[in-house]
Design a protein around this ligand. Structure first.
Ligand code: ARG
Length: 465
């Protein structure tokens, strides 16, 4: 046989000299793809089960293979398995170990499949599990948001546009905006999972196999919804991985926005919240410092996740059908994306419910910056004035307030009436922070009554899969 001396590779038959040592290291993926071992073994067990049922292997052969694979799994988990770079990747490491363990029958496992459908199957299995973990982690953050929001429905803070004081809002209303962002992230992840959960197994190298395989059976054994419909597409496209990184990137955008707000709010200038000490660190030189490291780092980590998305898009771009070795480069960005977002979500799930709102400080801030100016304009409209005119009147009152350093609610009735005779004693309830919030009593508005309803609704939503 040709395998005698030239090369020890499972594919060595047509080669006349061993792989260059550098090329061996350069082309190997086992250092990182060994992480797929569980998926790889699950895929192989399903394949061997199907081969026996289709009489491509005998029951005895299939049983031996499956037993061997299970032993290998135990060895990997016990840390006693020896990975070899010269065996290139997770697939050939496991297959070689199988043959070593059970003898020549191990060589029959690869009947009717290729590493191309094998690796595509592995990644999909791995990512399905990853997405389930991400989904659970998002739910924990949402749960944390709800539990903080429940305590803060009546807490009033200034709402901002352009980071300038705009209108007073319930702090819980602001928190529930975060909930909504994460809910869309959750839905994107679940939706991405649908396209991941399709079985490439049986596509073999690219064209299918000449053996009478049962692709429905392997798909079902592995919990896939169906077999992939086209063998070329099945081994080639990594769009599902790109989609996952896109969903992860958007989620990191959201986490970075939340982080930014937390960083701003903990500053001495805002002083809206306190983060527990365990989520902060000090400075080696400035004794007074308590830095919001965790949100800062989450904000920073959005950069690497976006980077992985661009890496995968670029990796896939212009690849001709079907499998190309380029695709081996999909794993590290994917793994790092998954690890990064799981860590960020974990940090948030712990940190958010532990946030302490500085209610007095928020209230003081909400009383500055004429946050109820729109309420005064709306009041004048209810008295019969056109909105544009009311806007103008209130603008003048604000200019007066800036000059006198008085908020609208601090002006006397006579002062207010100097801007419009329509203004009466009842204006003061409109100008109060509570009045302003309560007035916005409709779906999605900031009235505490609505925010409580939104929280109740959110509690139902997070029970959904
Ligand atoms: N390690 C390879 C990868 O990750 C497995 C597939 C290799 N297939 C091949 N024809 N060389 O893509």
């Amino acid at each position: 046989m040709s395998q005698d001396i030239k090369t020890d590779k499972p594919w060595g038959g047509r080669f006349s000299e061993p792989t260059d040592a550098f090329v061996e290291r350069f082309t190997a993926s086992v250092t990182f793809d060994k992480r797929l071992y569980r998926a790889d073994i699950a895929g192989s067990i399903a394949h061997a089960t199907m081969l026996a049922k289709q009489d491509i292997l005998t029951n005895e052969e299939s049983r031996k293979i499956i037993q061997g694979l299970e032993q290998i799994k135990n060895e990997i988990e016990a840390g006693s398995f020896e990975w070899s770079v010269s065996l290139e990747d997770v697939h050939m490491n496991i297959e070689a170990a199988l043959t070593k363990k059970i003898g020549d029958v191990g060589k029959k496992l690869h009947t009717g499949r290729s590493r191309n459908d094998q690796v595509a199957t592995d990644i999909r299995l791995f990512m399905r599990e990853g997405i389930d973990a991400v989904s659970d982690a998002i739910r924990l953050v949402q749960q944390g948001i709800i539990s903080l929001a429940e305590k803060e429905t009546e807490t009033i803070m200034p709402g901002f546009t352009h980071l300038q004081t705009a209108q007073p809002v319930s702090f819980a209303h602001h928190l529930m905006a975060w909930f909504e962002m994460l809910q869309r992230d959750y839905e994107r992840m679940r939706d991405c999972r649908k396209r991941i959960n399709v079985s490439p197994l049986g596509a073999a190298a690219l064209a299918g196999t000449s053996f009478p395989i049962d692709r429905n059976m392997t798909a079902e054994l592995l919990g896939f919804d169906k077999p992939a419909a086209n063998s070329l597409d099945a081994v080639s496209d990594r769009d599902f991985a790109i989609e996952f990184c896109a969903a992860a990137s958007l989620m990191m955008t959201h986490l970075s926005r939340i982080s930014e707000e937390l960083v701003i709010w903990t500053s001495a200038q805002f002083d809206f919240i306190e983060l527990p000490d365990r989520f902060c660190t000090g400075s080696s030189i400035m004794p007074q410092k308590k830095n919001p490291d965790v949100p800062e780092l989450v904000r920073g980590k959005s950069g690497r996740v976006y980077g992985h998305l661009v890496a995968l898009l670029t990796l896939m771009k212009s690849q001709p059908l079907a499998y190309n070795k380029d695709n081996q480069e999909d794993k590290e960005p994917l793994f790092d994306t998954l690890d990064t977002i799981i860590d960020c979500l974990k940090a948030f799930a712990d940190m958010i419910p532990a946030i302490k709102a500085k209610k007095e400080s928020m209230r003081t801030a909400a009383l500055k910056g004429f946050s109820t100016a729109t309420d005064l304009a709306d009041y004048l409209v209810r008295k019969g004035m056109a909105f544009r005119d009311a806007h103008e009147v209130v603008g003048k009152a604000v200019a007066y307030g800036v000059e006198k350093e008085k908020d609208l609610a601090e002006m006397s009735l006579a002062e207010l009436q100097s801007f419009s005779a329509d203004i009466e004693e009842d204006v003061f309830s409109v100008l109060s922070l509570e009045g302003s919030l309560n007035a916005r009593n409709h779906i999605g508005g900031t009235a505490p009554q609505q925010v409580k309803l939104a929280i109740e609704n959110a509690k139902i939503i997070i029970k959904q899969k």
